[in-house]
Structure formats: C-alpha cells, structure tokens
Design a protein around this ligand. Structure first.
Ligand code: PRP
Length: 177
C-alpha cells in the first residue's frame, strides 16, 4: 500500500489494528457477559476504531454518539456538548470509545458527565494511549496501543480535519504542519 505523501512513517498498521480489535472485542464481551452495554463514540475521531471494534464484539451492543469540545476553565476542565446522546443511559453500562488519550482531560470530563446522566458503569477503551501527555489522573480500561509523544494522524485522527481516513496510524511529516 502506498503511503500518504504527508506521512513520515507508519506507527500502527491496518493489520495490527484489525488484530488488536479482535482481542479487545473478546475481552470486552467477556466483561459485559449477561448485559447489553452502549458503546458511546466521541465524534469524530473515534468513528473508524468504533466501527472496527464493534464488529469484533460477539455479544449484543448498542451504539450512540456524542460530540464535545473541552476547554480549560479557571479551576478545571469544562465541557461543551456539541451533539448529545440520542437515548437515555440511565442505569446502563457505557463503553466510552476514544481514538486517543493524551492529556486525559476529555475522557475525565466525559466520564463524569456520563455518570451525571445516570450511567451505572462507565468503562473506557482507547485505540491509542500517549502516557507522556497525561495532565490529569485518568486511564483507559482497555488500550489498543501505547504510543510515544509524537503528532499522529490516521484511523480517525486528524490534522486540520484531514487524514482521518488513512487506514493506519502514522507520524505526520514536519513539512505538512
Ligand atoms: C481529540 C481526540 C480525543 C482528545 C484527546 O479530540 O479525539 O477526544 O482529543 O485529547 P486529551 O486526552 O488531551 O483530552 P478532538 O477534540 O481533536 O476532536 P475530534 O475527535 O473531532 O478530532
């Protein structure tokens, strides 16, 4: 497969992601045995990963989507809801699906938000985890790949809204920024 001209190198290939999603799908469905969780995808970055992941969850699972923008307020991170969930999550188990955890601010506020909407349990699965970027104390329950502190694109991740469609995660060339 030809590499996009703005990509320096591939960090995680399409095949690696597909294989990891099979493992994660198995682990996740074992955890939710006997109940039907709702996979909540955060738009837009989570879409390719969520699509690949749910195909590998053998049990029943529902899907819903949210779009939020988080910003740092005077004392904590605030979240603005751009698109809210469609259905009720009261007393439901939620699997929050993210493409990447960097500072951790997004999942921390969204997790709190989902509990405030009445969720019974909120677990987090992220395709990528960048531990060096962490600014708040939060972690995913399942992680696809731990990556170094580099600017990555592809498989949902963008730079100025582009590159989300790349079928791999790559490091962007300095000349493209
Ligand atoms: C990106 C990504 C995560 C968040 C991670 O979202 O999808 O939601 O940033 O960063 P954090 O751990 O430092 O909070 P972005 O706001 O760029 O939206 P997008 O999904 O539409 O690209």
């Amino acid at each position: 497969m030809e590499l996009h001209p703005d990509v320096e190198r591939v960090l995680v290939s399409d095949e690696q992601i597909a294989n990891r999603c099979k493992e994660l799908g198995k682990e996740i469905s074992e955890y939710y045995k006997g109940e039907v969780p709702i996979a909540v995808g955060l738009l837009k970055g989570s879409v390719p990963f969520l699509a690949q992941l749910v195909k590998n969850v053998p049990g029943d699972i529902e899907m819903d989507f949210m779009d939020v923008s988080s910003y740092s307020g005077t004392e904590s991170t605030e979240v603005k809801i751009i698109k809210d969930l469609e259905g009720s999550i009261r007393d439901r188990s939620i699997l929050l699906v993210e493409d990447i955890i960097d500072t951790g601010k997004t999942i921390k506020v969204v997790k709190e938000l989902l509990y405030s909407k009445g969720a019974k349990d909120v677990k987090i699965v992220a395709l990528l985890d960048k531990p060096e970027g962490r600014k708040v104390d939060v972690d995913a329950d399942w992680v696809g790949f731990v990556i170094p502190d580099e600017f990555v694109i592809g498989y949902g991740l963008d730079y100025n809204q582009r590159y989300r469609n790349l079928p791999y995660v790559g490091v962007i060339k300095k000349s493209a920024i």
